[in-house]
Ligand binder design. Sequence first.
Ligand SMILES: Cc1ncc(COP(=O)(O)O)c(C=O)c1O
Length: 399
Amino acid sequence: MSDAFDTIRAEEERLLCRSYSRYPLAIVRGEGARLWDADGREYIDLLAGIAVTGLGHCNPEVNAALEAQARKLWHVSNLFYQEEQLELARRLLSTTHHGKAFFCNSGAEANEACIKLARRYMRKVKRRDAFEIITLSGCFHGRTLGTLAATGRQSLSDGFTPLPEGFRQVPSCDLDALAAAMTPATAAVLLECVQGEGGIVPLPADYLRGVEALCRERGVLLLCDEVQCGMGRTGRFWAFQHAGLTPDAVSVAKSLANGLPMGAMLATDEAARGFEPGSHATTFGGGALTSAVAAKVVEILLRDDLPARAARLGAALMERLRALQARLPEKIREVRGMGLMIGVEPAGEGKPVWADLLRRGFICNLCHGMTLRLLPPLTIPEVDLDSFAVTLEDILTGR
Ligand SMILES: Cc1ncc(COP(=O)(O)O)c(C=O)c1O
């Protein structure tokens, strides 16, 4: 490692809480699907800040929207009406069957809003004491205490207990288990149509439709966590649209403001009756600056039909990776995904492949030491995906 990198790492040891394990890279600049490290090395970014910079780094149109809004108004709080929130809500809601938006700052908060809405809707609107939230194995919904309880993974909550009550997890893709877990106390099922942190696992459309049917039959709300798989990444604006679902509420964050912290819950008019003035709030949620940027992001996604581009580029890359798997079955166990949300599982250990990709200038993520997770900007040039496929083949064949 270079002196520049060693200095940064030493300063971090001194100054920051040790809650992250970092990659051995200090990133100093980004443009489109490219990143540069502290030593001036260039990388192709197949991770986009974990599905955040969907329109690429320092997107000029998003920058212009940011600069214009920065000169006009940043923040006044939710004590005031703000046109920027309304413009964002209009654009976001034009993509879905939902009728109302609530803005917050992160994915975990967006899920907290969904969970709180479901519980309050049951108690105040339906007059039922239903509070339990059912989630699926392999899920990830965040790191607040509530969303850790929803995620239900022991390794993540180690040392943080007690977690809030009222969460139950069932094996994913098992409708009988879900049916058996539903009781009069069940308020909602919360799921990701494509599990992201779980290693890019698309849940089958039939199963998802079965979950929705069960929810409707039992009077339980369906909540979709679109934090990672939403905003065009899977080839439709929302991942739930592939299976034709109509969830009562969805959570969104990550790429909503292309890198500014922003989250939202979108709810049907009916489910949104669960909130009234004073029942939920956050200081920064829907601030003018982040809202104006997010409104521009949604405008560009729709104008350039980037979900369709993600579908096209993702299908081409996946076909290529599956052909590689067919040629090298002893090297690749599985290729999964939808659109530009792709997981490649090497047959052996994942870490050496991931590290070799990094050495050769490709940034991706490794889930659970097993799955190479690709979440590139939706605007990534096709040739960058081509060179990734070539490089992966080189690595797997020892070239
Ligand atoms: C599906 C999903 N939900 C929720 C979260 C939590 O989002 P945040 O880290 O913004 O709180 C994540 C983060 O990776 C996620 O992938």
